[in-house]
Design a protein around this ligand. Sequence first.
Ligand SMILES: *Cc1c(COP(=O)(O)O)cnc(C)c1O
Length: 250
Amino acid sequence: MSREVRQGKPDDARHSELGRRLVAVQEHIDRVCAEVQRPASGVTLIVVTKTWPEEDIERLVRLGVSDVGENKAQELSAKFDQFATVAPADVALRWHFIGQLQTNKAAIVAQRADVVHCIDRLRLVPALAKGLSGRTRPLDGLVQVSLDPPGTSASHRGGVPADQLDELAAQVQQQQGMTLRGVMGVAPHDGDARPAFARLQEISAHLRETYPHATWISAGMSGDLDAALEFGATHLRVGSAILGQRPLLG
Ligand SMILES: *Cc1c(COP(=O)(O)O)cnc(C)c1O
């Protein structure tokens, strides 16, 4: 069931291409969920649109996509504002911020995003709070946990060390205008993602002992979503499998 975003704009080749890849990814998710005996309805697909133009977001919304992800504050802000000028009021698109976030750009994100996945240090919470005043709904927050083996630096993919999770989660929980939803992780580049996602699932279980409502596990990208689903991911962040290979930047 697609929704018209910009009336009268004809579907083009890119629309068809995105539609094909989207269906393929959704079918793949359904298949893996059946294999690991989980209901696919418990999994939210976030389509990561970073580096792609805002017009692709309009195409995705016409294809029924309800969640998009961006990893740069300026880019999210520009696309959000552009989308707002073309989208009818009844289109409910959720914007996820999934990148590493500089403190001085946190308010820009907090003014627009529905979910911030990458809360990885205490200072970021009051910085996000500065952007919350104009919002009508709470901002959903996930604490990003490092899944790198201890002592790793070269392949560092961000996140708070697991032993600092409790303090950071408490900070998010007590912040007015924010809701602690769970954890997020990025598997190390090299090697098997399964042990990393198994750890994330354990960390999530630990968090839920204190915050039973914080059930979200954001894990899994185009290359490792099977492993993420096996270990309980509730939110997948999929870019290239749907939009294509991103152009190399710089
Ligand atoms: C880019 C990105 C993704 C999507 O990666 P693909 O391999 O294109 O699916 C997911 N998560 C984060 C944090 C990203 O930066």
